[in-house]
Every structure is written in C-alpha cells, then in structure tokens.
Write a protein that binds this ligand. Structure first.
Ligand code: 6R9
Length: 646
C-alpha cells in the first residue's frame, strides 16, 4: 500500500456527485464558488446570518496582515448558538448520544444538555471563574467534556482542552503556559478493559504547581483516587443543587473562545488562539455545506475533543446546526473488530467522519467486519487528519460508503479552525486521494520557495492567500512565534501551512504531508523538537534525533535515534526505560516504534542535528547532499543499524 508513495498518484478514477444526493444537497449550485470567490467577505457575511447575534457587526473584516478581525463589533455567545437557539424547534431532539466502551448509553436532548451546561457554568462561576479566565479540561470522551467546554463558552471563560492520553507532565506544561487556575478531570477511564488512572496523572503532573487552585473531578471509572483537601472537588457534589439556568455572557466577536495547544517545528507546544464570531460562522457554515447536515441526520465524528476536530466538528459546528451527535468513548476493536459498524447499525448513523489511520486499520482487518452489519443508513463519509492514499479512499468508498456515499476528504489544521480544502458533496466530482478544491471563499494555492505558483503537477508548499473567519489569531503569549511560523515564509500576508502539496491540471489539490518537523502518528500531531527535548532530559541520553517513518497503517511512526551518555551501556532494558519515559512525559500514543542507539548523529559543522538526513535514513531514501555534514561516515553506520531493524 505504501501510503506516502501512492498517495500523490492519481488513480484516474473520477466520482461524480451522486445525482440523488446532489438534488437534495444543502448546496448544489456550482455558482457558489464564483460568487464566493468574487467577494469572500460578502459570502461570509451572508452565512453569518445563520448565527444569532446580540449585536450585528459594524464591519465584516479588518485585515492588517497577518492580523485579522472578523465581524468587528459583533456580539454573540457560542454556547447560546449551540444550545439555546435550538430550543424553539428541537428542545426534545437528542443533541448528544454517548456510548461507553462497556456499552452504557446516555442520551441528552437539547434542553437537557442546556440544563447540564448551565449547572456547570454556575459551578465554575461559584469557583470564581470570570470572563477571560482560562479553564483547562483534561477528560476522555465522556459527556462532561462537552458539557464543560460549553459551560466555559457560556460564561466567556476560554477553555483549553488537553487530550486525555497526554501525560501529567504535558498537562502541567499547558496549564502553566495558559496560567489556568481551574482544571476539570476525572478519576480514570478504561481502554480495552485497562484502567487509565487519570487523576493520578494529574496529581503527578501538577504536584509542584502553584497555579491550579481547584480541580473538579468527574467520578467515571470509580477507581481509587486521593482528593486533596481544599483543592479537589467531586463533579457530582458541586453539581448537586446547582442552578439550572445561567445567562450567557455577551461576548465580542474577537473575544477568545478557546486555546488549543498544538505541536510545531520548534520548542514547546503553542497555544493556538481562536476567537468567537468568525469561528462560529466558519464552523457552522462548513458543517452544513460539507457534511450536508439535515434535520434527521445522526452524525458521528470519531475524533476526540482533545484535538481541533473535536472542537470544530463534534461540538461547535454540528451543534450550531442542531444536529444529533454520537460520541463513543472507546476502542474500535472492543469487544471486537466490528464495534464501529455495530454502533452505526444500532444508532442508524447517517454521517461518519473519521481518520485515514482508522480506515487503513479497518482495511487490514478486512471487509468481513463491516459486512456483519447493516450500515446502509450511512449517506456521507469523511476523512481528516492525514493524507488518505487512493487505495484506502477506494476501500472506504466501497466497503463503508457501499459505493453510494460521497467521500469528503477534508484538509485543514488546528490553526485554520475550519475545513479549508474539501469536496462539496452535492457538487464536486472526487478523485481518490485528493482533497479536491478550496472551500468557497478560500483562495489556496501551491507556491515554490520564492513564492511563485508551481506548474500543474509540480510539488510545492500549500499556501492560503486571503484571510478566513476562523483563522488563528495569535500564538498565546508569543506573537513573534505566530508571525515567524505562519507568515514569514513569503510576504507576511500569505499563510504558510507547513504542508507540501501539488495542484493537478484540473486544479485539484493533492496534499503530500508535512514539510516541517511535525510528525503525524495515527493522526496525532507531535513535534520532533518537543520530543527530542524530552528525550535528552533523561539522565542516560546525550543526544536525540526524532523523525517520522512512513507506515502503512499509522501514516507515520516514530524513529528515535539516540546517543547515550558516556558510561551508559546500550541494552534492551534502557530501551524499555526510555519508552516508558516517553509514555510518562508525553503519552502512550507517542511511544517510539524504534529506538536506535548510535555513536554519533548526523550534524552540520555547527553541531545542529540534521533531521532531514535522519528522516531519509529511517525511510531508506537517498539522504541527498551530505557535504555539509561534520562527519559523513555516521550516515553509513546509521543506515546499517536501521536496516537491521527490518
Ligand atoms: C484537522 C487536523 C494538521 C495537519 C495538516 C496536514 C494533516 C489534516 C488532512 C491532512 C492531508 C487531509 N492533514 N487533514 N493531510 N489530507 N485531509 O488534523 O489538524 O492536528 O492541526 O493537523 O494534518 O499535515 O497540516 P492538526
């Protein structure tokens, strides 16, 4: 399969939007592209009418590159737009249906969800949380993660959700950066029957923190935990008797809605800042157009709220469309490999949004698992997180979409907030492996190093030429990094996405993957530099070079090249110890596939580790020009060691 090698190849197949789908689709007039292109601001302004505002904006856009303000002067509340607006017509419609790994099911109607959210909003207020205070949420996919996010939005407290599988250390770094006083977590959760001691991770991570003063703990797994007097509170205790109504805070369009930490090329994770007005318009509109959300849909996005996809396309976009969400807290192979298809059959899911890594896993397990179930309720299927190779696309289309569902391969990022390149299912003819076209109003292209457009079929860098409503506003507390990372590659007004891409002769986009040192392991975004700095903090490690190696199922896996400190012997024990160290310091999803001990690493004459060379070695590719290396001989030694692993 070789996902990277065949992913940019065109299979030649073209799938027209199915006629019956197109005729009923939310958008089916191709003229929308021309209209939006001619005047993107007008396009977004029209769509902003689908959001309820306390006060309309004075101006759609203020663009002082690279800074944008959208719907300037507009006042709204994001939680109100997800819940209250639905009360009139959908009070008793299910907003959320949650299923646990063990099969427990909880259902919340829009009015019930609103009640829970208001209660928790009041709890937060009682704990002294005020508009602008950042609340950290460290929960697995249980209803309380959504309830907490919306409760924060209701009172104007930006949330920072930290993926539950991150370590306590990673949690602490994020809490510190955000200066977040309040943390919401749980006692524990289970994965494939094994208990993850979440509260213990918290205790370890924030032991020495003077920032956190209150920790609200959801009792979920019922494992033993220590509650710290004066700091820790049980969710069920504080929720008891909390008032079920809470006036939404009136927020400015440009008030921060949330922070989402993500990995970049250098140093620590960056806090990506998203604001309220533009983000709500962008996620509401893209959800409606791309997933074709309708009143009767049952929508399942398998992402986790710990990542951006969970923010934009579980919580904000779909709820602002009055959709019924399914969320599942568990593994796809528990108790067996048909769990997803069983969920789809039982809940009659109509829209499925998942990741290539999952699709490739299902492919490996074989089509007999989905065939055990009636999944014909599906009418649209989507993909996000990494490039999907044509083979996996075709398998997904045939075996899950049963040949009839449009496939939407959606390219976007934490920083873009919304889907940027994707088919519109009632309009766009799809090519397996291509994310197709920029969303209406988005001007994307492929540029070379100098900022010139590449010729059709030629590789270059993916770039966005004009502002969009949910674009990253800054990196929290680090404006310089914001400008340096995204805007300084060309002219300070063209957004550099960090992805390689090409456009074909029909104008279709083919995303190749990251061109920086970001690794995507099973769709999880991990920074090489961040990983290396953790490795070298281990007392046995002198130097580390961490790169992604292409993997048929997971997209990439981590190869970690290490030089040990003098006196430390290479051994299986130390490998194991280092793996555990990664797990403790980042999280189990970042466990390196291979740890390779080396005498030396490829370095420039100034002593900088050359990841480009390591990456080539790991992937058994030509490392290219080695003349700038301090000692070209190390390359041969590493090549041999890497080969031995196969
Ligand atoms: C939404 C999300 C962003 C990076 C992005 C790119 C990769 C996401 C993709 C895709 C090819 C797609 N990516 N979707 N590559 N085709 N449909 O994943 O955000 O975690 O910030 O990652 O993911 O490399 O730059 P995030």
């Amino acid at each position: 399969m070789g996902e990277k090698s065949d992913q940019s190849q065109e299979s030649g197949a073209l799938f027209e939007a199915p006629e019956d789908f197109a005729s009923n689709a939310n958008v089916n007039d191709p003229d929308i592209y021309r209209i939006a292109d001619e005047d993107p601001e007008k396009f977004w302004e029209k769509n902003a009418e689908n959001i309820e505002w306390y006060n309309k904006w004075d101006k759609v856009l203020e663009w002082e590159p690279p800074h944008s303000k959208w719907f300037v002067g507009g006042k709204l509340n994001a939680c109100y737009n997800c819940l209250d607006v639905n009360l009139k017509e959908r009070a008793d419609k299910h907003a959320l249906i949650w299923e646990s790994e063990s099969g427990e099911i909880l259902k919340y109607t829009y009015s019930e969800l609103l009640e829970e959210v208001c209660k928790f909003a009041n709890v937060l207020k009682d704990l002294g949380v005020k508009k602008g205070d950042i609340v950290t949420i460290y929960l697995p996919m249980i209803p309380q993660v959504i309830i907490s996010m919306l409760a924060c939005a209701r009172i104007g407290a930006p949330h920072s959700v930290v993926f539950a599988a991150f370590s306590g250390e990673s949690l602490a770094t994020r809490i510190e950066n955000a200066n977040s006083r309040i943390l919401v977590t749980c006692d524990g959760y289970s994965r494939r029957g094994n208990v993850v001691e979440q509260k213990n991770k918290v205790d370890d991570g924030i032991r020495s923190s003077e920032i956190v003063d209150k920790v609200v703990v959801v009792k979920h797994q019922d494992n033993d935990v220590q509650m710290k007097e004066g700091r820790d509170l049980w969710w069920h205790d504080v929720m008891e008797g909390a008032d079920t109504s809470c006036e939404p805070e009136i927020m400015d369009s440009e008030d921060m809605l949330f922070l989402m930490y993500t990995s970049g090329t250098t140093g620590k994770p960056k806090g990506i800042v998203h604001t309220t007005g533009g983000y709500m318009v962008a996620t509401q509109t893209t959800s409606k157009f791309i997933f074709d959300l309708k009143e009767d849909d049952i929508y399942w996005c398998t992402a986790d709220c710990g990542w951006i996809t969970g923010h934009s396309y579980i919580v904000y976009g779909p709820l602002a469309n009055g959709t019924t969400l399914i969320t599942y807290e568990g593994a796809p192979d528990y108790p067996d490999k048909d769990r997803y298809w069983d969920i789809i059959e039982r809940h009659k899911i109509t829209i499925l949004y998942t990741a290539p890594t999952a699709i490739r896993t299902f492919m490996k397990w074989g089509p007999s698992w989905p065939q055990m179930h009636d999944i014909s309720s599906l009418r649209l299927i989507g993909s996000v997180g990494e490039p999907i190779n044509p083979g996996a696309w075709l398998w997904y289309h045939e075996n899950i979409g049963l040949g009839k569902c449009p496939v939407v391969d959606t390219w976007w990022q934490t920083e873009t907030g919304m889907i940027m390149i994707s088919p519109l299912p009632g309009i766009t003819a799809t090519k397996p492996g291509s994310a197709t076209m920029p969303f209406p109003g988005i001007k994307a292209t492929v540029l070379d190093e100098k900022g010139n457009e590449t010729a059709p079929g030629e590789n270059g860098y993916l770039a966005i030429l004009n502002p969009w409503p949910s674009m990253v506003r800054t990196v929290f507390g680090n404006e310089e990094r914001f400008i340096e990372t995204y805007w300084s590659k060309w002219d300070n007004k063209t957004y550099f996405a960090g992805d390689g891409a090409k456009k074909d002769k029909d104008g279709y986009f083919w995303i190749i993957g990251r061109v920086d040192d970001v690794i995507k392991v099973s769709g999880h975004r991990i920074g090489s530099a961040e990983f290396e700095s953790i490795m070298v903090s281990h007392p046995s490690v002198a130097e580390a070079g961490v790169v992604g190696k292409e993997d048929e199922v997971r997209g990439e896996v981590i190869y970690c090249y290490i030089t040990l400190r003098t006196g430390v012997e290479e051994s299986e024990d130390i490998k194991k110890e280092l793996r555990n160290y990664v797990e403790r310091n980042i999280g189990p999803f970042a466990r390196p596939k291979q740890i390779i001990f080396a005498e030396d690493l490829p370095k420039t004459r100034s002593g900088k580790i050359m990841r480009r060379v390591l990456k080539a070695i790991a992937n058994e590719k030509d490392p290219g020009d080695l003349t700038t290396l301090q000692d070209p001989d190390v390359v041969q030694a590493l090549k041999e060691k890497t080969k031995l692993l196969e």
